[in-house]
Design a protein around this ligand. Structure first.
Ligand SMILES: NC(=O)C1=CN([C@@H]2O[C@H](COP(=O)(O)OP(=O)(O)OC[C@H]3O[C@@H](n4cnc5c(N)ncnc54)[C@H](O)[C@@H]3O)[C@@H](O)[C@H]2O)C=CC1
Ligand SMILES: O=C(CO)COP(=O)(O)O
Length: 334
C-alpha cells in the first residue's frame, strides 16, 4: 500500500512512523523545504518530533504532486485552520476512490465547519463517500514511541471506516470504528477548549476537586453541543470524547493544557503562544465552538469563560468565581 500524509507536524510524523513501521510506503508532505531535506538526511523530524527515528519506508517530499501520486490512502494532518487552503491545492492531485482521513481537531473559523466538512467543501462529490476521521487520546510522541494507543475511525460509509481501521492497526495502535462522524469530530475539537480550562484550573492552583469537576461538567457541555449538532451522546463517552478529554486535561504533553496553565499563572496569550511554537487548536476553536453553541441555543458556560479569558483578557479568578456562582440546578435533565 502507498499512503500520503499531508502535514509533517508532530502528529503527521507520528502516523508516518506507525504506517511506515508496518512496511507501508509513506509519502510525507512537509511544507517547509528545509525541514523536508533535514528529515530525509537525519531520518528525524527535529522541529516537531525530535528524538524519534523515521523508518526508511517514509519518504519526505515538499511537493504535493509527488506526495499524492499513486496514493491509496490520504491522511490530512494539518492544523484545522489551514486544511482548506492546503486541500484546495491538493484536490486535483488526489486519486479517486481512496480513503481520505482527517486527523485535525478543530472547527473552522468563520464557517464553523468540522474538518470532514471543510474537505467536502473543497473536494468534488465523488470523493465524499471516502472521507473519514481518526481521533482519540493520542499524543504524537507516545504514538511514535510505540506506547499502546487506542483511537476511533469514523466514516458515514462503514466499509470505508473498516479500510482505514485495517490500514492503521498495528501492535501498539488499535483502531475502533464508528459511523458518528459529527460526534467523533466534535469530541476531538471541543476537548481542546476544556483542556485549556483544565490548565487554567491547575495554573490557579485550585487542586484535584476542581479539575475533576471541570472535566465532568466539560464533558456535559461537549455532549450538549454534539447532540444539538446531530451526534449520538454515547459517542462522547468514547475514545474521542471522554478518552481524549481526560488525556488532554491531565497529561503533561498537552499543548492546550499548557496554554491554560500559563494563562492561569497570569501570563499573556501572546507570550505563551510565542514560546509554544506549535499549534494549540483550542485557542481558535474556542471562538468557533462558542459561536456554534450559541447558534444552536446550547448553554456552554465553561467555553464562554475560556473564551473571555483568552480573547477578552478576563481575569481567570473572576471567571472561576462566576462559574461557581451560576444559578443552582439539577445535575442532569433526564
Ligand atoms: N500533536 C498531537 O499529539 C496530536 C495532534 N492532533 C491534531 O493534528 C493536527 C496537526 O497538529 P500537529 O501535528 O500537532 O501540529 P504541530 O504543531 O506539530 O505542527 C504544525 C504543523 O502545521 C503546519 N503549518 C503551519 N502553518 C501552515 C500553513 N499555513 N499551511 C500548511 N501547513 C501549515 C506546519 O508545517 C506543521 O506541519 C491538529 O489539528 C492537532 O489537533 C491530533 C492528535 C494528536
Ligand atoms: O489531541 C491531542 C492528543 O489526543 C493532542 O493534544 P494537544 O494538542 O493539547 O497537545
Amino acid at each position: 500500500m502507498r499512503a500520503a500524509i499531508i502535514g509533517a507536524g508532530g502528529f503527521g510524523t507520528s502516523l508516518a512512523v506507525v504506517l511506515g513501521g508496518k512496511g507501508i510506503d509513506v509519502r510525507l508532505w512537509v511544507r517547509e523545504p528545509e525541514l523536508c531535506r533535514a528529515i530525509g538526511e537525519l531520518r528525524e523530524n527535529r522541529r516537531y518530533l525530535p528524538g524519534i527515528e523515521i523508518p526508511s519506508s517514509v519518504t519526505p517530499v515538499d511537493d504535493l504532486r509527488r506526495a499524492l501520486e499513486g496514493a491509496e490512502m490520504v491522511v490530512a494532518a494539518t492544523p484545522s485552520q489551514v486544511a482548506r487552503s492546503v486541500f484546495q491545492e491538493a484536490a486535483p492531485l488526489i486519486p479517486t476512490g481512496v480513503p481520505i482521513v482527517t486527523v485535525s481537531k478543530g472547527i473552522e473559523e468563520g464557517t464553523r465547519l468540522l474538518p470532514t466538512e471543510v474537505l467536502e467543501s473543497v473536494l468534488p462529490p465523488p470523493f465524499h463517500p471516502y472521507l473519514a476521521v481518526l481521533s482519540g487520546p493520542s499524543f504524537a510522541r507516545e504514538v511514535a514511541a510505540g506506547s499502546p494507543t487506542l483511537v476511533t475511525v469514523a466514516a458515514h460509509w462503514q466499509r470505508n471506516a473498516v479500510v482505514v481501521q485495517e490500514a492503521f492497526t498495528a501492535p501498539t495502535f488499535r483502531c475502533y470504528t464508528s459511523t458518528d462522524v459529527v460526534g467523533v469530530q466534535l469530541g476531538g475539537a471541543l476537548k481542546n477548549v476544556i483542556a485549556i480550562g483544565s490548565g487554567i484550573v491547575d495554573g490557579l492552583g485550585f487542586g484535584n476537586n476542581a479539575r475533576a469537576a471541570l472535566i465532568t461538567r466539560g464533558l456535559a457541555e461537549m455532549a450538549r453541543v454534539a447532540v444539538a449538532r446531530g451526534a449520538n451522546p454515547i459517542t462522547l463517552s468514547g475514545l474521542s470524547g471522554l478518552g481524549d478529554l481526560v488525556l488532554t486535561c491531565t497529561g503533561e504533553l498537552s499543548r492546550n493544557r499548557r496554554v491554560g496553565v500559563e494563562l492561569g499563572r497570569g501570563r499573556s496569550l501572546q507570550e505563551i503562544l510565542g514560546e509554544l511554537g506549535q499549534v494549540a487548536e483550542g485557542v481558535n476553536t474556542v471562538r468557533s465552538a462558542r459561536e456554534l453553541a450559541h447558534g444552536l441555543g446550547v448553554e456552554v458556560p465553561i467555553t464562554d469563560q475560556v473564551y473571555a479569558i483568552i480573547h477578552e483578557g478576563k481575569d481567570p479568578k473572576r471567571a472561576a468565581a462566576e462559574l461557581m456562582a451560576r444559578a443552582l440546578k439539577p445535575e442532569f435533565r433526564y
